[in-house]
Design a protein around this ligand. Structure first.
Ligand code: NDP
Length: 434
């Protein structure tokens, strides 16, 4: 707190993890002796840089770029890039810190990192986005590499942006390597990467429901927030598993469709012409649009899957969800629940799947993309999807087991923190003081 008083998101993420760790440190004095906790909260390297670019009218804009290489104890740095006006050093650090434990939980050899910029691609032409990405990569390329740091997408960084970033890296380094994941299929992408976070979220939730409740998605009403990459494929998989998803949203508002969200309409609006979710209500009779994105949590549901952004469920929204009968909250977005919301879930006995476990499917398939790039091979959709499912079930099992071992049975947040931390902590001790 003294070192980073002006980084509220980062401090929130660290507190959530550290609250779970005292019993681990009690049982494993080697972590304290090696200063593991003090080292864990300090990034190994952090760069902040100017990104200058010109718009289609020739006007110059200056944005700020970030890459926080948090921890490489178990593998090369790995984590997405976010382009959004709300990106600050605090946001990048919270995401990078979470990424350390998330990547550890996947069981794949990936360290933790995150990056991005306060650039807002909304309303920008493809040519402007390309010039921005080229300028961003001109600096970032000094710090990354297939064995050093392998960035991916996040909010507003999808296939288009990854393509421009990859092209610029290749041009500057004269090297075709797997330096980014989330690539298009024509130049080294992995099948099922686009679907991975949303599908993985549902695989994790299904496993938790089965083990802890003897239940499933079948016949459940689900509220989803967001309408981006994670939300779209969470809606798709929840539907395939027998649930009815009744909401979708963006930062302007949400739509409610009592008949169940028509995903082809959402995909057309969002993926084909980067439109706004309000258009859904114009196109689907009976659907309702409300210009209030947090209102999505006033819709009665059995299961809530927040898939938009951090701190989107506060105490008031959590209380409303619980009062209206919601008994499961699993997080597709990173840190979408405030600490007060999480307390409400706990006291109401909500089955709570924390982001670092529930949304790890995206980075897991990014890890599989790295494997395919190294092998110069392309796996089938079913092969990747099967591995994804196994990894998500594995993450649930590890978290549940750790929660039992440390006398917090069924506390999946403590379990994920402990299981993710153990591997990283042991690697840090083994590698000596650095
Ligand atoms: P996208 O950019 O594809 O979509 C983001 C969605 O969230 C959009 O609908 C966007 O609406 C909405 N949103 C963004 N900011 C806000 C806000 N302040 N208030 C309300 N809605 C908002 O991003 P992703 O789907 O990739 O990411 C969503 C979340 O999932 C993020 O927290 C991300 O870190 C996390 N995540 C993503 C992974 C991935 O593989 N993509 C992996 C793991 C986690 P609008 O269009 O109005 O901005």
């Amino acid at each position: 707190v003294q070192r980073d008083p002006d980084q509220p998101e980062f401090l929130q993420a660290v507190r959530e993890v550290f609250d779970s760790l005292p019993p681990v440190v009690d049982r494993h004095p080697e972590f304290e002796e090696a200063g593991v906790l003090e080292r864990l909260v300090e990034p190994e390297r952090s760069v902040k840089f100017r990104v200058a670019w010109s718009d289609d009218q020739g006007h110059v804009h200056v944005n700020r770029g970030y890459r926080v290489q948090f921890n490489s104890a178990i593998g090369p740095y790995k984590g997405g890039l976010r382009f959004h006006p709300t990106v600050t050093e605090s946001v990048v650090k919270f995401l990078g810190f979470e990424q350390i434990l998330k990547n550890s939980l996947t069981g794949l050899p990936m360290g933790g990192a995150k990056g991005g910029s306060d650039f807002d691609p909304k309303g920008r032409t493809d040519a402007e986005v390309m010039r921005f990405c080229q300028s961003f990569m001109t600096e970032l390329q000094r710090h990354i590499g297939q064995f050093t740091d392998v960035p991916a997408g996040d909010i507003n960084v999808g296939a288009r942006e990854i393509g421009y970033l990859f092209g610029q890296y290749k041009r500057l380094r004269d090297e075709f390597s797997g330096v980014l994941t989330g690539k298009d299929m024509t130049f080294g992408g992995s099948l099922a990467r686009t679907e991975a976070t949303g599908y993985g979220l549902c695989y994790y939730t299904a496993e938790a429901l089965k083990t802890l409740r003897g239940d499933s998605f079948e016949g459940k009403t689900v509220a989803v927030s967001g309408s981006g990459n994670v939300a779209i494929f969470a809606i798709e998989k929840a539907g395939q598993l027998g649930a009815k998803v009744v909401t979708a949203s963006d930062s302007d508002g949400y739509v409610y469709d009592a008949e169940g969200i028509k995903l082809d309409v959402v995909k057309d609006i969002k993926l084909n012409h980067r439109g706004r979710i309000r258009e859904y209500a114009d196109r689907v009779p009976g659907a309702v649009y409300r210009p209030d994105c947090s209102g999505v949590w006033t819709v009665p549901c059995d299961i809530a899957l927040p898939c938009a952004t951090q701190n989107e469920i506060d105490a008031k929204s959590a209380r409303t969800l619980v009062d209206q009968g919601c008994t499961v909250v699993c997080e597709g977005a990173n840190m979408p629940s405030t600490p007060e919301a999480i307390e409400i879930y706990e006291s109401a006995g909500v089955l709570y799947g924390p982001a670092k476990a529930a949304n790890a499917g995206g980075v897991a398939v990014s890890g599989l993309e790295m494997s395919q790039n190294s092998q110069r091979l392309e796996w089938t959709f079913d092969q990747v999807d099967q591995r994804l499912k196994e990894i998500m079930v594995g993450i649930f099992n590890k978290s549940y087991l750790a929660s039992q071992e440390y006398d917090r049975p069924g506390d999946l947040m403590a379990g994920a923190n402990i299981a993710g931390f153990m591997k990283v902590g042991q690697a840090m001790v083994a590698q000596g003081l650095l």
